[in-house]
Design a protein around this ligand. Structure first.
Ligand code: NAP
Ligand code: GLV
Length: 313
């Protein structure tokens, strides 16, 4: 029952150590190791080489080591096997921290105070109550619904938008194409936690930006993106920041990662950037999750958190 770990762009050592510590009875291998490909039953992957997973004839399940699966769904040679994604409180909690932090940075006008501090300037600005600010979350899934609850607990007025109809206590829920315009019209701070699919690629463009609420307490709409970079048209955001149609932004994900040094986003006004670290995959926590899911599967229970290949997430 060999477990293969194939991660591109991440150091595998920490994963191997965490998996071996969590499941000392299992054989855990890396792509460069000498092992029998027919022994591999499970593959734990992040951006594997396209076609690579086809080379394991007895593979039973693929585990994405992140919540997002666009790194797999874009592989035309992905074997027709169950793909399990990460749904774990450790990862969810990290994302909620990022969302709350960045909503508060804009709500509490922190860019102004960072600049003022640098010049030794004492200049208080008017501060609105959280209840005056409407936060709209695109993607009310595992991550979006947890962030929505945390923001609600702080007093923000929270709305959400999803593909299918949802109900959440205290959250005005919109869905589908027909729900997008009314959702945007009541959003001061837009938070995207959408997966990247054919439908969400380039979704947040000039038209979406211009449909956001005007006249809110922050002096203009603010955009946060921790879903996937390619859901946002960066040039349209830059134009809107330059001419004041958007007041600020926080971005963790980008169309090209790492963000190129010459990207104007680095120097855009009132923009906070993080290098795709909003919700890092923690090897210890997620090894426990994956090994637990494998044990349940081997005990005869169905695999959970499966990706729907047709929907793309
Ligand atoms: P999830 O549970 O699958 O939730 C996805 C949500 O997006 C669902 O509410 C879904 O609607 C909605 N959605 C999908 N396509 C849509 C469309 N065309 N129109 C409207 N809504 C749509 O996923 P999750 O676990 O919350 O993760 C979300 C994404 O966060 C991941 O896919 C990944 O890209 C990103 N992520 C980023 C980081 C980071 O560090 N930056 C870390 C983890 C994850 P339904 O509820 O109707 O299906
Ligand atoms: C990170 O981006 C993830 O999808 O978990």
């Amino acid at each position: 029952m060999t477990i293969l770990v194939a991660v591109r762009g991440w150091k595998p050592d920490h994963w191997i150590d965490a998996l071996r510590a969590t499941a000392p009875d299992r054989t855990v291998v890396l792509p460069g190791d000498a092992f029998d490909p027919t022994a591999v039953r499970y593959a734990l992957v992040w951006k594997p080489e396209p076609g690579y997973l086809r080379t394991f004839p007895k593979l039973e399940a693929i585990f994405s080591l992140g919540a997002g699966v666009d790194h797999l769904t874009t592989d035309p040679d992905l074997p027709d096997l169950p793909v399990v994604r990460i749904v774990d409180p450790d990862l969810t909690g990290r994302m909620t921290e990022w969302v709350v932090l960045n909503v508060l940075l804009h709500h509490r006008r922190q860019a102004h105070y960072i600049t003022a501090q640098a010049t030794g300037t004492w200049k208080p600005l008017r501060q609105w109550a959280a209840s005056a600010v409407r936060v709209g979350i695109m993607g009310l899934g595992e991550l979006g619904s947890d962030a929505a609850q945390a923001l609600q607990a702080l007093g923000f007025r929270v709305t959400g938008w999803s593909r299918t109809e949802k109900r959440m206590d205290g959250v005005d829920c919109f869905h589908g194409d027909q729900g997008l315009a009314p959702f945007l019209a009541r959003t001061d701070i837009l938070v995207s936690l959408l997966p990247l699919t054919a439908e969400t690629e380039n979704l947040i463009d000039r038209a979406v930006i211009d449909a956001l609420a005007k006249g809110g307490p922050l002096g203009g709409p603010v955009i946060l993106n921790a879903g996937r970079g390619r859901s946002l048209v960066e040039a349209d955001l830059l134009d809107a920041l330059a001419d004041g149609r958007v007041k600020g932004a926080s971005l963790d994900v980008f169309a090209t990662e790492p963000l190129p040094p010459d990207s104007p986003l680095w120097r855009a006004p009132n923009v906070f950037l993080t290098p795709h670290v909003a919700a890092e995959s923690d090897p210890e926590a997620l090894s426990r999750y994956v090994i637990g899911e494998i044990a349940a599967y081997e005990a005869g229970r169905p695999l959970r958190h499966l990706v729907d290949r047709h929907k793309g997430y």
